[in-house]
Design a protein around this ligand. Structure first.
Ligand SMILES: NC(=O)c1ccc[n+]([C@@H]2O[C@H](COP(=O)([O-])OP(=O)(O)OC[C@H]3O[C@@H](n4cnc5c(N)ncnc54)[C@H](OP(=O)(O)O)[C@@H]3O)[C@@H](O)[C@H]2O)c1
Length: 319
């Protein structure tokens, strides 16, 4: 795309959407129009955040993602759709893609991915948490050829309250900087690739600004690869204390996962994703960061510092 893009973001004020929107706004000169589409509920409940965006030149469009008329109106003059809709709204992207397909000005659609690679290997096809996102990818294969896509696959978020955080469900893995206690997944030595939330925003911006390299690809992006044992060592170094440690073996994780699905527990998705990560489902022969011009990402040390600060002082992540 040679001209500057006119963007519409769905889920812009959500957990990862706010990092993505912040990164897009920070890269303002690379874009023409930046608009977000938000629900009336969010419009009322997050007024200060929306005011701040408005002051930074972001157009706030309010509507219902299930309303054909409201979405088509919002699509007017847009060429690029970025979705950061939450897990409960993944399937709702299919009609959004169909409407984008019916809007000739729209040439790029980034669906809400930002997580585990849903086509990592043959077993991925039957993983329960992947089913809706797989249908979204299938919908993007049905569109006109000049409506392109990119999947920003980031693996687990590092930041508190995600991988580097303490968990109320400790057996799914936890780094508790207050209690100085960790529960490590597997034997603690398995490698896992994590992404800082701010880096996820950077990845989306670079995907958009390096479109020749990004188009129609699942980009495997992450901040660093580490192990639970290395993470623990970093927390111990930064807190100056020896932590108490337990392990949830891969077999135990599978048992907890099966139990959670059987009971219909909300934690079932978390157990499945953490089992996939512990099995090595975030590891690649190479990461694609440099293909889209990302040469600097947050380090484990920086994100552990942020996590400790967030856990002790309630200060959100800087990286
Ligand atoms: N890699 C990881 O560790 C990780 C962790 C969490 C999530 N993720 C992924 O990141 C993506 C975004 O997730 P998130 O946790 O950032 O989203 P979120 O904060 O739960 O939701 C984002 C926004 O989606 C919109 N939305 C509309 N209807 C919704 C519905 N029925 N359910 C949920 N959201 C709805 C809301 O925005 P409006 O009100 O403005 O419409 C909401 O603010 C997902 O694809 C998710 O799988 C990855």
């Amino acid at each position: 795309m040679s001209e500057k893009a006119n963007l519409l973001i769905f889920g812009a004020t959500g957990t990862i959407g706010s990092y993505i929107t912040a990164a897009i706004v920070a890269a303002r000169p690379s874009f023409n129009r930046i608009a977000i589409f938000t629900s009336p509920n969010t419009f009322n409940s997050k007024a200060p955040a929306l005011d701040a965006l408005r002051q930074q030149g972001v157009d706030i469009l309010v509507g219902d993602i299930t309303s054909r008329e409201e979405v088509l109106k919002a699509y007017e003059g847009i060429d690029t759709v970025v979705s950061a809709l939450g897990r409960g709204a993944i399937a709702a992207q299919i009609p959004l893609i169909e409407l984008a397909n019916a809007t000739p000005s729209i040439t790029r659609f980034l669906p809400s991915e930002y997580g585990t690679d849903i086509e990592y290997g043959p077993a991925s096809a039957t993983e329960k948490p992947h089913q809706q996102k797989l249908k979204v990818r299938a919908a993007l294969k049905q569109v006109r050829p000049d409506l392109e896509y990119a999947y920003v696959v980031t693996g687990p978020y590092a930041d508190f309250p995600f991988y580097l955080g303490r968990s109320s469900n400790e057996q799914a893995g936890s780094f508790d900087a207050l209690a100085k206690r960790a529960v490590l997944l597997g034997d603690g030595q398995g490698r896992v690739s994590l992404s800082g939330c701010a880096d996820v925003g950077t990845f989306v911006v670079h995907t958009l600004t390096h479109w020749d390299a990004a188009r129609n690809r699942a980009l495997k992006l992450n901040s660093f690869t580490t192990t639970p044992a290395e993470i623990l060592a970093e927390f111990e170094k930064q807190t100056g204390a020896t932590w108490s440690v337990e392990y949830t073996s891969l077999d135990k994780l599978k048992e907890l996962e099966a139990e959670a699905w059987e009971k219909g527990a909300p934690a079932a998705t978390v157990f499945t994703l953490r089992r996939i990560w512990t099995e090595g489902g975030t590891l690649y022969e190479r990461r694609d960061n440099e293909d889209i011009g990302v040469t600097h990402t947050a380090t484990l040390g920086e994100l552990v510092t942020d996590s400790i600060r967030a856990q002790i002082e309630g200060v959100p992540s800087k990286h």
